[in-house]
Write a protein that binds this ligand. Structure first.
Ligand code: ATP
Ligand code: MG
Length: 348
């Protein structure tokens, strides 16, 4: 049994196969500290809230941290920022270890193959993803998985572009980042990220309308509609403006990076995934801006992705299953080779 794990700024999602279906397990990548007096342990146990006890209180983890943050009017803390471990959050690694542990569970066999997603290096900040990548690799290896790492954009290609033999452009518009990969027959020719995603949209829309960021995020996730018929001056209006700005920024950077490579002369299909690709009207807007941009490569179809928030985890699972199959075949081959090895004749 192989597994795929999408480790994101907002969500940690595991994908595994159960007979013919893919099962997803998801948690928010967030936590919140409470004093012991705020809530009793019994209450938390009854309501099956995910938490750990600390010296001076309790830390709520995942989805529950978000829910209780609104109730207690506190801010949920986030172990990651802009796609990588937050340097400002001293609890980041132990908290992520717990959340990853609950989402992933124990391996079902020794050295179970696991593919985890990692962002590509950003081109618009001087952040480096190496430390994050190595830490997550070590963390999951410590849980006895045979961990491999895959670029987030390539995971989208694995998930969505099998019909074109994994040739195409995969884009994941997440919370802290947007990741882009161009691959030819599953080989990445270009991967990059930009440090803007849903969080950037929320921050800008909050600043422009004077609304708290949490309110903007909640409106965005509930209403999720972009287009001309939204009321200007409203949060929805601001969201439409900044969604358009983000899309234009992604495409401009894509074109810039394309000028640095010489891709084969084929038409590339495009798949756009990630949680921020969910609002109604997003796909149409992206397709329109992409066609208008007249990129320096030919584009085939722009694929509509169903459940875009699950796409990266699904791609990681496909990579893991392919690796598992390869491992089995190699083992079979080495066994047949040993069996058919000629036995040297004994000297008389
Ligand atoms: N229905 C929705 N409409 C619009 N945006 C949404 C919706 N649901 C979630 N989002 C946004 O999607 C983003 C989370 O997406 P995703 O899970 O792909 O990100 P992530 O993988 O955690 O982050 P990253 O890849 O940047 O590290 C958040 O900004 C969230 O607010
Ligand atoms: Mg992501």
């Amino acid at each position: 049994m192989a597994k795929g794990l999408d480790i994101g700024t907002m969500n940690i999602i595991c994908a595994e196969k159960d007979r013919e279906d893919i099962v997803f397990t998801q948690q928010r990548n967030a936590f919140m500290e409470l004093d012991s007096s705020d809530l009793t342990k019994t209450m938390l146990d009854i309501s099956k809230v995910l938490y750990i006890e600390r010296k001076n209180g309790i830390s709520l983890l995942g989805e529950d941290a978000f829910k209780f943050a609104t109730i207690f009017e506190k801010e949920a803390r986030r172990p990651m920022t802009h796609g990588i471990i937050s340097p400002k959050e001293k609890e980041a690694i132990p908290i992520m270890k717990l959340i990853v542990g609950t989402v992933l569970g124990e391996p079902k066999k020794q050295n179970e193959v696991l593919y985890i997603s990692t962002p590509a290096n950003p081109i618009d900040t001087d952040m480096n993803v190496l430390y994050h990548k190595k830490t997550m690799e070590m963390l999951t290896k410590g849980m006895k998985y045979d961990t491999h790492v895959i670029d987030e954009g390539l995971a989208v290609i694995y998930s969505e572009l099998s019909e074109s033999n994994f040739t195409g452009i995969g884009i994941s518009v997440g919370a802290g980042m947007t990741n882009v990969t161009l691959a030819y027959l599953a080989t990445p020719l270009m991967s990059f990220s930009i440090a803007r995603g849903g969080d950037w949209i929320d921050e800008q829309a909050a600043k422009s309308t004077g609304m708290p960021k949490e309110h903007v995020t909640a409106t965005k996730e509930k209403v999720s509609k972009l287009g001309k018929d939204v009321k200007m001056g409203s949060v929805e209006g601001a969201l439409t403006v900044y969604y358009d700005a983000l899309i234009t920024y992604i495409i401009r950077n894509l074109d810039r990076k394309l000028s640095e490579i010489t891709p084969p002369k084929v038409a590339f299909p495009v798949a756009i995934a990630g949680g921020s690709a969910q609002p109604e009207g997003f796909f149409e807007l992206f397709e329109k801006r992409l066609r208008e941009a007249n990129l320096r490569v030919d584009l085939a179809k722009i694929k509509y992705v169903k459940d875009p928030i699950l796409s990266v985890a699904r791609g990681c699972l496909i990579a893991a299953r392919t690796q598992e199959e390869k491992g089995k075949q190699e083992l079979k081959q080495s066994q047949t080779q040993t069996q058919t090895k000629p036995v040297p004749k004994k000297k008389k």
